[in-house]
Ligand binder design. Sequence first.
Ligand SMILES: Nc1ncnc2c1ncn2[C@@H]1O[C@H](COP(=O)(O)OP(=O)(O)O)[C@@H](O)[C@H]1O
Ligand SMILES: [Mg+2]
Length: 206
Amino acid sequence: MVGRFIVADGIEGAGKTTQLAFMHEYLEQAGYSVVVTREPGGTTLGEEIRALLLGHRHDGMALTTETLLMFAARAEHLERVIRPALGRGDWVLCDRFTDATYAYQGGGRGLALEQIADLETWVQGHLRPDLTLLFDLSVEVGLARAGKRSAADRFEQEDQAFFERVRATYWERALQNPNRYRIVNANQPIEAVRREVESILAAITL
Ligand SMILES: Nc1ncnc2c1ncn2[C@@H]1O[C@H](COP(=O)(O)OP(=O)(O)O)[C@@H](O)[C@H]1O
Ligand SMILES: [Mg+2]
C-alpha cells in the first residue's frame, strides 16, 4: 500500500491540532498505519529549533534566519520522519508544512515567494503533500480561540493585519493548486468541521 502525505494548515486557532486527532482516529479505524507529526518540529533537533522560533528569546531575529531555521527543521523532519514513513507505506499527518512558510514568512513578513520556492526545491526536491487541508476562518475568531489556549508565541503576538496577509496567502496558494488543496470551513462547531474533514478523507480512502 502506498502512503499518503496529508497536511493540516491555516492560521492560529483554526482547529488544525483538534482535527488532526480526529483524522488520526479515522484513518486508523480504516486500517492505515499513521504517523502524526508537526512543523516546525517533529524530531528532537526540530523541536529545539521550534523553541527558538516560537519562544521570545530571539524576538526580532532576521527574516532570513527565521526562514532558514524553518527549512532546517524541515530538512531534518523529511530525512528522519516523513520520507522513512512514506517509504514504509505509512500515512503521514502533518500539522503545518511549507505552505505555512509561504503564508507567514512570505505573506506575513514580506519575504519574496520565489525565495521560498527556491528553498522548497532545494530541501524537498519533488516531494509535496498529496493533500493539504486549509482550515479557513476569520482572523478574529482564530485569534480569540488561540488566545484562550495559552500565552502568545512569537507569531501569535503579531497584529491583525499580519494574520490577514497570512490568510490571504494561504488562499492564493490553495487557488493556484486546486488539486492538492481542500478548503475547510473552520468557522463551524467542532463536530461540523469533523464531518467535513471526514468526507474529504472518505473520498481518498475508498
Ligand atoms: N470548531 C471549533 N469551534 C470552537 N472552538 C474550537 C474549534 N476547533 C478548535 N477549537 C478550540 O480552539 C482552540 C484552538 O484549537 P487548535 O486545534 O489548537 O487550533 P490550531 O491547532 O489550528 O491552532 C482550542 O482550545 C480548541 O479546543
Ligand atoms: Mg495547533
